[in-house]
Ligand binder design. Structure first.
Ligand SMILES: [Zn+2]
Length: 273
């Protein structure tokens, strides 16, 4: 059974060999990589919304090299802690599906027989995601209009992507759990020291969301030993600094053979009230 719903009439979708179909005759082709396009034209604000090909390739290179393995492992542990057999998991803003696939595989390995789905607005990201994990469903869609039914998910994951709290509440079951990953104050600090004359730490956020009860905040800290300038450049392209760094800072970074960088995350765990 699919976690997706028809973006036109909101009826449940059924996954066939080549397409998803709804009982009202709407049909959505499955791409050759295995994802489905569920973003209606009126939610599409450009020809190819979301992260572009180059950005996605950089992030895929960096994540696939395993630098963020401690974060993925912690997400896997939390998914195991907060779900039961037969659970449904939705990853909103799943990107290349690197975390999605990790969580799905961990749940399968533990005998949970999960149904897992990832949604992202970038089709370039989903091309990687769908090839990475064939058992997980992936759809092009908006976090603000998730193509998923009310109360379909036991666990919702949001890892560095747009927050749509009301929509997340809609798709979660009562008492469903929401994992929200944000950068810690000193995340990528050493890179910021190279890029900026006066770097600032990220603000430590208190995040109260209406309709959610905070359960815990789980820190994940590690030091990345980046010895390949191409990996360092890929990391830079994944960050928001990519858009707002002065040229001199970028040149300083490009001159480095590698860098040891702090990676720090906070996983905020909420339960739907
Ligand atoms: Zn329909």
């Amino acid at each position: 059974m699919s976690l997706f719903r028809c973006p036109v009439c909101f009826a449940p979708l059924e996954r066939g060999e080549r397409a998803y179909t709804c009982p009202n005759g709407h049909s959505y082709d499955i791409s050759k990589e295995g994802y489905v396009h569920l973003l209606p034209a009126n939610q599409k604000h450009s020809k190819a919304p979301g992260d572009d090909k180059a950005m996605v390739a950089a992030r895929n290179r960096f994540l696939s090299a395993g630098y963020y393995a401690p974060l993925r492992q912690t997400l896997e542990e939390l998914a195991l802690r907060y779900t039961a057999p037969g659970c449904a998991v939705l990853d909103s803003g799943c990107g290349e599906g690197w975390y999605t696939a990790g969580v799905a595989q961990a749940l399968r390995a533990a005998g949970r027989s999960p149904r897992v789905a990832g949604i992202d607005i970038s089709k370039f990201a989903l091309r990687w995601a769908a090839r990475r994990d064939r058992e997980t469903e992936f759809a092009v869609g908006s976090a603000y209009h998730l193509p998923a039914a009310d109360g379909c998910a036991d666990l919702l994951i949001n890892c560095f992507s747009p927050l749509a709290a009301a929509e997340f509440r809609r798709v979660l079951v009562p008492s469903g759990v929401f994992l929200y990953v944000v950068p810690a104050p000193r995340h990528l600090w050493e890179m910021k020291e190279v890029l900026y004359d006066r770097p600032y730490p990220n603000p430590e956020e208190e995040i109260p969301y209406e309709g959610f009860e905070p359960l815990e905040v789980v820190p994940v800290e590690s030091v990345l030993h980046i010895g390949d300038p191409e990996d360092l450049w890929a990391l830079f392209q994944m960050t928001p600094y990519c858009w707002k760094t002065p040229k001199t800072g970028v040149e300083r970074l490009q001159a480095l053979p590698g860098l040891d960088v702090t990676a720090g995350f906070r996983i905020h765990v909420f339960r739907k009230k």
